[in-house]
Design a protein around this ligand. Structure first.
Ligand SMILES: [Zn+2]
Length: 232
């Protein structure tokens, strides 16, 4: 094994597939083993819940400042720290770190995917991850997406302010289960909350994000016996 000690630093590229076939990211890099070997991967199809219950979820969002972070198939707002934005799920307090988008949505409702999703990524003080996913359906223009697209036109690092509540349903009823990040390294232990009701964005806004993000939804992962709670 000593011969392998001379390592050449290199960045291996992963990519989204067509959103249906398994991506096999572990074949790109051994560091992504969990993506294929894990037992609590995301996204999943939201269907046949084990239970229906009202998940206690309080959000404190409102207007927040951040900076646009662009990458390959990535449009993200990194929120400035210290703004006290986040969510409380049960007794666990999560601080909002960033929001990013996928086209189409990653989680499905009984096999059907919305054209766009926002993933609000949070972490506890101890670093445990919690995500709130909100689907978008075609309708009225969304002020939050408008601000995002304006900043996108100016490029990476552009400062922007969004009212997060524009991108979250007024009444938040969520599906909840334990899953993973949906991009490498597919880290598990993510407390997933997916809003049952979508919010609206215009067809033009959805098309504009689709043009930037391309096909950016990971294939659906097997549930493997995990508890899935649906809203009442
Ligand atoms: Zn995501």
């Amino acid at each position: 094994m000593a011969a392998s000690g001379v390592a050449v630093a290199q960045t291996k590229e992963w990519s989204f597939g067509d959103g249906t076939a398994a991506e096999r990211w572990s074949e790109v890099d051994a560091a992504y083993a969990a993506c294929d070997a894990g037992h609590m991967q995301s996204p999943i199809d939201l269907v046949d819940p084990d239970a229906r219950a009202t998940v206690e979820l309080e959000t404190h969002f409102g207007t927040a400042a951040g900076k646009l972070s662009l990458g390959k198939q990535k449009v993200q707002i990194d929120f400035d720290p210290g703004q006290d934005k986040g969510m409380k799920s049960g007794d666990t307090q999560y601080d909002l770190l960033q929001v990013h988008f996928h086209t189409p949505a990653e989680h499905a409702f009984d096999g059907e995917r919305h054209p766009l999703v926002a993933h609000f990524v949070h972490a506890t003080e101890e670093g445990r991850l919690g995500v709130l996913g909100v689907m978008f359906t075609e309708g009225e223009a969304n002020p939050g997406i408008a601000a995002l697209l304006q900043a996108h036109a100016k490029g990476n690092g552009t400062a922007l302010t969004v009212d997060i509540d524009d991108m979250v349903p007024d009444t938040l009823a969520v599906w909840r289960y334990m899953g993973s990040l949906t991009t490498p390294p597919c880290t598990e232990g993510v407390n997933w909350h997916v809003a049952n009701e979508p919010v609206e964005a215009s067809a033009e806004q959805i098309a504009a994000l689709r043009a930037v993000l391309g096909s950016s939804a990971r294939s659906l992962q097997e549930r493997k016996g995990r508890l899935l709670v649906a809203p009442r």
